[in-house]
Design a protein around this ligand. Structure first.
Ligand code: NAD
Length: 499
C-alpha cells in the first residue's frame, strides 16, 4: 500500500503525523493508497519555508516567472495522458473527460504566460502641477489554495498558476480523496524551473485547513468546495485578516422554451446532467421546460437518451459516458435522496438505484436517474445531489421559470434553450447567476474571462482565473510623486568661471 507524501522545498517528504485516510479506486472500490493527514506543525513549517522562498521569487522579474509558466504548460501537454490516467484512477471519470480536466487547467497556465502584461500598473501624468501618480501590483506573500475532489488537475491549476505568476508562494491543500495529481503537477513545475519552496503541497483534512486559516503568514486563501465549508472558511479567514475567495456548491437550472429545438436541448441536458456522474459544480441538475407541451416533448426525448447512457470504469474498452461517483458514502447519499424524491411525490421516470456492473460490483456506480414533476419544496430540488440525477420542474410561463432560478439559493451557472434572441437577452440580463449559457449547457468561461458564481455559490469579491485572479493575488500600491527644484528652477546652464 502506497502512502503518499507532502511536497516540501521541491521534494517528496513523508508526513510524520501517523494519521492517514484511504484513497479509493472508485471503479473497483479498492483502497489504492493512503493520504497523509498532516499536522499543524507540518503546515507551519511548510509556510515558514515558503515565506523564505517567496522573497526571491517575488523579486524575480515577471517575464522570468512567465517563462516558468511557458515550460510548465509544455510539460503538462507532454504529460497529458499520464495526468489524465492518474486522475481517473483516483476520481473515476472517463479518460476523455479527464483530459478535459487537465486541458481546462492548462488554459489558465497559458493565460499566466502573459503575466507581465496582466501585472502592468497604472500611470497618471500631471495629476497636479508637476505631480504624477502611479500604481503597482505587488505579490501578497504566501497564499493558500484548498481544492475539491471533482477536478483534481483543473482546480489546483486555477489556484497555483495565477498565484505563482504574480510572485507569491503557495501552500496547496488538495482534496484528500484525489491527492496524486497535485503532487505530480508540483514535480512538473519544479522541472519547469520553479524554485524550491515556492509551491508546497501539504496533504490533510480539517486540521490542516484550520492551521492554514490561523497561520499569520498566510495572506490569502482561495477555496473551492461545498457551500457550508466555503462559508466557514470565508468567515474564519476574514476574521484572521486574510483575503479570501471561497467558491461553493450549485444547483444549476436550464430553461427550455417552447420554441427551443427539443432534440438539441435533450442532448445538452444529458451531457450536462450526467457527464462526470453529475459531479460538476456546473452540471445542470434541474430542467425547467416552459408549458405542458414542451415538458411532455422534453421527457419523451430524454427517456431513451438517459436509458441508453453507458456507465463504466475509465479502463473500459467501450465508449463510456460516465464513471463511478467518488465514494460509497456519496453513492448511498445520492440513492437516499432519490428515495426521498419518490417519497415526496416526484415522478421517477428512469430509476438508477441498485445499479451495479458485472466485474465491478464493489465500484461506486450510480445508474442515471430522471425525475419529472419535481416541486421546489422537495429535498431533491433543495439539495445539491452531486450525482447522475436530473430533476424536471415544469413551469407554465417564462416569468415563472425565471423566478424559480432567481429564488434559488445558489447562483453558479444556468442556461436557456430558445430560438428567440429577445428572450435570451432578457434572461441573461435579469437572472441573478454568475455564468449564463444561451443554447449552451455548461457555460464555463474561457480562461481569459473569469469564473465565479453568485449567491451561496461564492463568498468573496473577485472571481477565479483571468484578470480577477491577478487582482486577487496582488496588492495595489499607489504612489503620488512630486520633485522639487529640478531643472526648471534650480538648474544652472551658464558657463561660468570657477572661483
Ligand atoms: P468539500 O467541501 O467536502 O471539500 C473541499 C475541500 O475542503 C477539501 O480540500 C477538504 O479537505 C476540505 N474540507 C472538507 N471538510 C472540511 C471542514 N469541515 N473544514 C475544513 N476543510 C474541510 O467539497 P468536495 O466534496 O471535495 O467537492 C464537491 C463540492 O465542491 C460540490 O459542492 C461542488 O459544487 C463544489 N465545487 C464548486 C466549484 C466552484 O467553482 N463553485 C467547483 C468545483 C466544485
Amino acid at each position: 500500500m502506497t502512502t503518499l507524501t507532502n511536497w516540501i522545498n521541491g521534494a517528496h517528504v513523508a508526513s510524520t503525523s501517523g494519521r492517514t485516510t484511504d484513497v479509493f479506486n472508485p471503479a473497483t472500490g479498492e483502497v489504492q493508497a493512503q493520504t497523509p493527514l498532516s499536522t499543524v506543525e507540518e503546515l507551519n513549517d511548510a509556510v515558514a519555508k515558503a515565506k523564505e522562498a517567496q522573497v526571491k521569487w517575488g523579486a524575480t522579474n515577471p517575464q522570468r516567472r512567465a517563462r516558468v509558466m511557458m515550460k510548465f504548460g509544455a510539460l503538462i501537454e507532454e504529460h497529458m495522458d499520464e495526468l489524465a490516467e492518474m486522475l481517473s484512477r483516483e476520481h473515476g471519470k472517463t479518460l476523455p473527460d479527464a483530459r478535459g480536466d487537465v486541458q481546462r487547467g492548462l488554459e489558465v497556465v497559458e493565460v499566466c504566460m502573459g503575466a507581465p502584461s496582466l501585472l502592468k500598473g497604472e500611470f497618471t501624468d500631471d495629476g497636479g502641477p508637476g505631480i504624477d501618480l502611479y500604481s503597482m501590483r505587488q505579490p501578497l506573500g504566501v497564499v493558500a489554495g484548498i481544492t475539491p475532489f471533482n477536478f483534481p488537475a483543473m482546480i489546483p491549476l486555477w489556484k497555483m498558476a495565477p498565484a505563482l505568476a504574480c510572485g507569491n508562494a503557495m501552500i496547496l491543500k488538495p482534496s484528500e480523496r484525489v491527492p496524486s495529481t497535485a503532487l505530480r503537477l508540483a514535480e512538473l513545475i519544479k522541472e519547469a524551473g520553479l524554485p524550491d519552496g515556492v509551491l508546497q503541497v501539504v496533504n490533510g483534512d480539517k486540521e490542516v485547513v484550520d492551521a492554514i486559516l490561523d497561520n499569520e503568514d498566510i495572506a490569502a486563501v482561495g477555496f473551492v468546495g461545498s457551500t457550508p465549508i466555503a462559508q466557514y472558511i470565508y468567515g474564519r479567514a476574514a476574521t484572521n485578516g486574510k483575503r479570501a475567495q471561497c467558491f461553493g456548491g450549485a444547483k444549476n437550472h436550464m430553461i427550455i422554451m417552447p420554441d427551443a429545438d427539443i432534440d438539441k436541448a435533450a442532448d445538452a441536458l444529458v451531457g450536462a446532467g450526467y457527464g462526470a456522474a453529475g459531479e460538476r459544480c456546473m452540471a445542470i441538475s434541474v430542467a425547467v421546460p416552459v408549458g405542458k407541451d414542451t415538458a411532455d416533448k422534453l421527457i419523451e426525448a430524454l427517456v431513451p437518451r438517459v436509458e441508453k447512457l453507458k456507465v463504466g470504469p475509465y479502463t473500459s474498452d467501450e465508449d463510456v459516458d460516465y464513471g463511478p461517483v467518488i465514494t460509497a458514502q456519496a453513492k448511498a447519499r445520492i440513492e437516499g435522496l432519490v428515495n426521498s424524491g419518490v417519497e415526496q411525490g416526484a415522478k421517477l421516470v428512469v430509476d438508477g438505484r441498485d445499479f451495479s456492473i458485472q466485474g465491478y460490483e464493489n465500484g461506486f456506480f450510480c445508474g442515471p436517474t430522471l425525475f419529472d414533476d419535481v416541486t421546489p419544496d422537495m429535498d431533491i430540488y433543495k439539495e445539491e445531489i452531486f450525482g447522475p440525477v436530473l430533476s424536471t420542474v415544469r413551469m407554465d410561463t417564462y416569468e415563472d421559470a425565471l423566478n424559480l432560478i432567481i429564488d434559488n439559493d445558489y447562483g453558479n451557472g444556468t442556461a436557456i434553450y430558445t430560438a428567440d434572441g429577445d428572450t435570451a437577452r432578457d434572461f441573461a440580463h435579469r437572472v441573478n447567476v454568475g455564468m449564463v449559457g444561451i443554447n449552451f449547457p455548461i457555460p464555463v468561461p474561457l480562461s481569459y474571462h473569469t469564473f465565479g458564481g453568485w449567491k451561496k455559490s461564492a463568498f468573496g469579491d473577485l472571481n477565479q482565473y483571468g484578470p480577477d485572479a491577478f487582482r486577487f493575488y496582488t496588492k495595489t500600491k499607489t504612489v503620488t510623486a512630486r520633485w522639487f527644484s529640478g531643472i526648471k528652477e534650480g538648474g544652472e546652464f551658464n558657463f561660468k568661471a570657477m572661483d
